[in-house]
Design a protein. Structure first.
Lengths: 447, 440
């Protein structure tokens, strides 16, 4: 790191060919400088410049891709210690552990159950990504057979957990297409594991008991030409593991430590005796810097809270979460059901729709695009003014769905009712409560 | 040379606020580093766990899982408070003055104060009074309580700009602390502490309430504001922010819809008893990591797990002795296999993740999936999840099996850039996308 966008720009072809995906070389240089792009995206950069730039433009924490298909993901690539300083980019991947002596039918059931754990929220599908398969008895055949099954029959990516080179080779042979993470290279087997990962172009985890040893191993593997590493600092105690996570992230970001510039892998499943306790440890690790978190199982009551946390922590603070403009049916409304209108800030939507649902009065909720601003801010910014809201109500088509012409506006936007009446002359504009928690009472009093 | 953690210089520390009196007094704050960064700082007073009780019987409103541990005491705030302390080991009690809500039961200040007095007499640990965030009513109620419980060093909140004078003066006069509450904003938090300071309320009589968001309902806003308050206090010598923080976690988590759904309504959300407890625990851990000095919790099992977490973070050691959540309610297992969608087994293009929606056909009738109701909002940020592609680029990307969002992120461009590139080189959108997506 250390080069500015302008310094990088000077070394680029300056043809603005756009083939890297951004229109100009300057824009590309800026992306390189901030770690958002990789130099390989430019097909025309000279070898000399490439060499000079390679080091400078590499992101401080390497993004590592794992898996194939619909649950493929990247970990790492982070640029800050605190999410408000910019954002966290690649959500912590969640894995469940399976022993290699598990019965094939039992695994089948597990994979199906785990596949059911998917949650739709703010337009995203929240779900875990990985299964970690652990070699428990050195039986290469069994290990490979289950690896193949998981790879071929489920969407999940894989972490292959074995220190037995033969077992690892057997598994890689049958599931390399799924781009599994190999766990793990240690001081004892680094060379062999390194070669295996390199030949198969697969990401490789590195485990050591201290950060010093981890650095030595990481350097050794980098020297062998491996690029995609994932780090395990070895600790299974929560306090020490937290310290290690901070140490690794800080070293990579603040001290430019290349040896530690990789995502981390963590094992709550080896740190506690039950999934409940693991869930608390996982919640620490999602907030504080783990790339991959391995649990003993996926269960809805544990996975759902962790996925919510992950959604919250990895939401870009620079961009408000929004919902799509449109008409939302709550509780199966009919032509006589009340109509409410509010803004498309996702929190506003969640709270208002939750209160309406709680009231058990079927209703129409109109969500207007205010670029993610809440009611008061949108109103102050002129994005929730009477004429705009009025014309939205006209255009959205709600009039065709109901047999009345009454609409409830948020109490904080009371002052727009006059303008709205001008825009919607035959409608009755009703001023709702300021606080969403009073919506149920309001709706009940109406009826 | 041996590895050393790159140091974080600190120039300030969080002040200490003592709540409660005598042998029951508790010190909050005092840390001189980021939360639990014990390799470079100290937390002389580990974060505390307060348990909330309500000033009326909430069994009608609460999910069964939350009522069960308290069912013998839930209609008597003082007995309830005692149980929290004696049986569940609460460090502090928060009396939520829910009955005083002018838009609800609207109980008068006198009556509310009687209840508060009873509770404060029943327990030794510090007591926090938490109003309904109606400035006027809170002022009336808190002042009455302040007067009636003189010298008990209660904590009164939430105190906002609108009532800080009234409640602040009363707290000063009768010897109580203030929960200084601001709407998820560093500057407003500071501003209110300045105003309280002008009134004569010293910082060591203040606990900051940054406003707590529920898990999945805005937690990230509170989380980041707390990290920023901590940074200002510890690294920028922002003296007016050097006070301990408190989070009303339980109340926020348990009121959300997913905390109360039964197994029939939400089979994929798992055990309806453990789920809200783990939601509360996960939120508590997040708030502790963001710098909370007091987390207010509802369920005794959350309290036990969270305490174990704090202890391990402070003292070290393995978590193998932390027991799983002990259940009080029976639940039948959901048949997840029958509602599992067909997996999407197209692994062709590692980069091009097909749309999740396409992967979830038929089986819908197999079981009701109620949390899908909330998904109708098919909200916005990720256009790719929309069922119908709206632009040419989206349509082409769909055809090619390219995950646009992934592509945009990877190459740092947007739709406009792609159009621009296509036009400039005389390529079709398809050719451009193929090129970018690495498809031959």
């Amino acid at each position: 790191m250390g080069l500015t966008g302008i310094q990088i720009f000077k070394m680029l072809p300056k043809t603005n060919c756009g083939e890297c995906g951004v229109p100009t070389c300057l824009a590309f240089a800026m992306n390189l400088a901030s770690g958002k792009a990789e130099l390989d995206a430019c097909p025309y950069v000279s070898d000399e410049a490439r060499e000079q730039l390679a080091e400078a433009s590499a992101p401080p924490i390497r993004p590592v891709a794992i898996g194939a298909g619909t649950r493929a993901f990247k970990v790492g690539g982070e640029t800050v210690l605190f999410r408000h300083e910019k954002t966290f980019y690649n959500p912590t991947a969640l894995a469940a552990m399976v022993p290699s002596d598990m019965d094939s039918d039992a695994l089948d059931t597990k994979l199906k159950e785990w596949n059911a754990l998917q949650y739709e929220r703010v337009g995203l599908n929240l779900r875990p990504e990985l299964v970690a398969l652990k070699d428990v008895n050195g039986d290469s055949g069994a290990f490979a057979a289950l690896a193949k099954k998981i790879a071929e029959e489920s969407e999940f990516g894989l972490v292959l957990v074995s220190d037995n080179l033969d077992a690892m080779k057997a598994a890689v042979d049958v599931c390399a297409f799924k781009k599994p993470l190999l766990y793990t290279a240690t001081a004892d087997n680094a060379e062999d594991m390194g070669n295996l990962a390199k030949e198969a172009s697969l990401p490789l985890a590195v485990k050591a008991d201290t950060i010093d040893d981890l650095i030595a191993l990481s350097d050794k593997l980098a020297g062998m030409g491996l690029k995609d590493l994932v780090l395990d600092s070895g600790s299974r105690e929560i306090r020490q593991l937290f310290e290690d996570q901070v140490a690794i992230r800080r070293a990579a970001l603040k001290a430019g430590n290349k040896s530690l510039g990789f995502p981390t892998i963590t094992f709550p499943c080896e740190m506690a005796g039950n999934l409940d306790a693991e869930t608390l440890i996982a919640s620490l690790l999602i907030a504080k810097y783990a790339g991959i978190v391995i649990l003993s199982d996926f269960k809805g009551e544990s996975m759902f809270p962790l996925l919510l946390e992950r959604l919250n922590i990895f939401t870009d603070p620079q961009r408000p979460m929004t919902v799509t403009e449109g008409i939302y049916e709550i509780g199966g409304p009919d032509e006589n059901s009340p109509i409410l209108v509010t803004t498309n800030f996702s929190l506003t939507y969640f709270i208002v729709s939750g209160e309406i649902e709680g009231s058990r009065i079927p209703s129409w909720l109109l969500i207007m695009d205010t670029e993610g601003l809440s009611v008061m801010t949108a109103w102050a910014a002129g994005k929730f003014s009477g004429d705009v809201v009025g014309s939205f109500v006209k255009k959205c088509g709600i009039a065709d769905k109901v047999a009345h012409k009454k609409i409830i506006i948020p109490g904080y936007a009371a002052s727009i009712s006059g303008e709205m009446e001008e825009e919607l002359p035959d409608w009755e504009i009703m001023i709702g409560p300021r606080d969403a928690s009073l919506i149920p009472k309001f709706l009940k009093d109406m009826g | 040379m041996a590895f050393e953690i790159p140091g974080q210089p600190y120039s300030g520390e969080i002040g200490e606020t003592t709540v409660g009196t005598g042998s029951g007094a508790v010190k909050l704050g005092g840390e001189n580093s980021y939360p639990f960064h014990l390799f470079e700082g100290k937390m002389p007073n580990p974060p505390k766990i307060a348990m909330e009780i309500w000033d009326y019987d909430p069994s009608e409103e609460w999910p069964a899982a939350a009522v069960e541990p308290f069912k013998d005491v839930i209609s008597s705030p003082d007995a309830w408070a005692k149980k929290c302390v004696d049986e569940y080991g609460a460090d502090m009690i928060v009396l939520q003055l829910k009955s005083t809500d002018p838009n609800g039961m609207d109980r008068g200040a006198e009556e509310a104060a009687e209840v508060a007095k009873k509770v404060s007499d029943a327990v030794d640990v510090p007591l926090i009074l938490w109003g309904t965030a109606n400035n006027q009513k809170d002022e009336e109620v808190l002042k009455k309580i302040s007067e009636l419980c003189e010298g008990k060093n209660l904590s009164l909140g939430p105190v906002e700009e609108g009532n800080h004078k009234g409640v602040g003066a009363s707290a000063l006069g009768y010897g109580h602390c203030i929960v200084s509450s601001s709407p998820i904003d560093v500057n407003l938090a500071k501003q209110l502490n300045i105003l309280l300071g002008n009134l004569g309320v010293p910082l060591d009589k203040i606990i900051i309430d940054p406003t707590t968001g529920g898990l999945g309902y805005g937690m990230e806003y509170s989380y980041s504001v707390m990290e920023r308050i901590g940074m200002a206090a510890l690294t920028q010598e922002d003296e007016k922010l050097q006070a301990p923080m408190i989070n009303n976690v339980g109340n926020e988590v348990w009121k959300c819809k997913e905390a109360g759904l039964g197994i029939e309504d939400a089979p994929t959300l798992g055990d309806p008893e453990k789920r809200p407890i783990l939601m509360e625990s996960v939120a508590a851990v997040c708030y502790l990591m963001a710098g909370s000095d007091v987390v207010i919790l509802r369920h005794p099992e959350t309290v036990r797990m969270t305490r174990a977490f704090i202890d391990l973070m402070i003292k070290g050691g393995m978590a193998s002795d932390v027991q799983e959540i002990s259940k009080r309610l029976e639940v039948k297992e959901a048949d997840l296999v029958s509602m599992s969608p067909e997996p999407n087994l197209d692994f062709g293009e590692p980069e091009a993740a097909p749309k999740p929606k396409a992967a979830r056909p038929e089986k819908k009738e197999a079981a009701p999936k109620p949390e899908k109701k909330e998904e109708k909002p098919a909200p916005e940020p990720q256009k790719k999840v929309e069922a119908e592609p709206v632009s040419e680029i989206e349509a082409v990307a769909k055809k090619l099996g390219i995950n646009l969002e992934e592509l945009f992120k990877r190459v740092g461009c947007d739709e406009e850039d792609i159009e621009h590139t296509a036009k400039k080189h005389g390529l079709t959108i398809e050719q451009t996308l193929k090129k970018l997506g690495g498809i031959k």
